[in-house]
Design a protein. Structure first.
Length: 293
């Protein structure tokens, strides 16, 4: 029986094939980069991890007419589908329709999101972090500061007048006008105390600005979801940003109706323009698996 197990071992290992591909591009100017071609049976998977994307002209690019992102398309021939005239004249990410399975992942660096568009799919399952919206966050420290400002604001002092408040009425004895003293002595005392407060405000100016930013800070609400078939069209995924680099990941599971040979490409449609030159940097990690029927 031992020899039989050894004979069956290669067959068992072939049931679940996997391929890992890493790509790193710097100062790339091509408008389309072919990443992978792989055949998928039912329950086969494709995991794409965009680990780093740098787009130097983010604030100067109209991403509505010059989108950036990935396309996953089923090939109509047995092999790598050559680029047609249509593919070189019009960006794939701008296609309004497709006769065969096509899934687009359109990256928007300005809103930190990835828009999903799909055509002719039946039972593909997409798993990713879906962006639900944003919520305003306020720190406890900031709320405490505002409360303190309301309760500790000093009384206004008018030049040339005196105050009759006594310590029993809540006024600090150090700021009271001494008997026989003039108004200037009172104002001077207030200025002396106020000078200390002014110095504190000056030193804490940056802290105040930071606190305001914390009040206005918005956190992205995300949810890990899996959607199937027509439901994946219109999904909005989360795009993370670290310094000037963007990243996100998604996983595709093939259904019986959508199995076949697929091409995975990256597109930078801005570089399709005549004379356009917008270098970008890209790092991807893809893992493909299929299960033999």
């Amino acid at each position: 029986m031992a020899w039989l197990a050894l004979l069956l071992l290669p067959l068992l290992l072939a049931v679940n094939e996997a391929r890992i591909h890493k790509l790193s591009l710097n100062n790339e100017t091509r408008f389309v980069v072919h990443l992978s071609t792989f055949g998928y049976f039912a329950n086969g998977t494709l995991e794409v991890n965009l680990t780093s994307l740098s787009l130097p002209q983010v604030n100067k690019t109209n991403f509505s007419s010059n989108p950036v992102g990935f396309s996953l398309s089923r090939s109509r021939v047995n092999g790598v589908l050559a680029y047609t005239a249509e593919d070189t004249e019009k960006c794939t990410l701008l296609k309004p329709k497709s006769d065969d399975v096509l899934v687009l992942f359109i990256i928007d660096p300005l809103t930190l999101s990835v828009q999903v568009k799909s055509f002719a799919e039946v039972d593909i399952v997409l798993t990713a972090e879906e962006k639900k919206g944003t919520k305003e966050t306020r720190t406890k420290r900031d709320a405490t500061v505002h409360t303190a400002d309301k309760t500790t604001t000093p009384d206004k002092v008018t030049s040339g007048t005196k105050t009759d408040k006594t310590p029993e009425q809540g006024q600090d004895p150090k700021t009271q006008v001494q008997k026989g003293g003039g108004a200037n002595q009172e104002v001077g005392g207030a200025d002396q105390k106020g000078g200390g407060t002014g110095q504190k405000d000056e030193k804490g100016l940056k802290e105040d600005e930071a606190e305001k930013k914390e009040v206005d800070k918005q956190s992205v609400v995300t949810t890990a979801v899996s959607k199937k078939g027509k439901d994946i069209n219109g999904m909005k995924l989360t795009l993370a940003k670290f310094k000037d680099f963007y990243n996100f990941t998604f996983r595709i599971t093939m259904g019986a109706e959508d199995q076949g040979l697929y091409n995975l490409n990256f597109h930078n449609c801005y570089n399709m323009k005549q004379g356009a030159f917008s270098p970008y940097s890209l790092k991807t990690y893809t893992s493909s698996t299929y299960i033999l029927p």
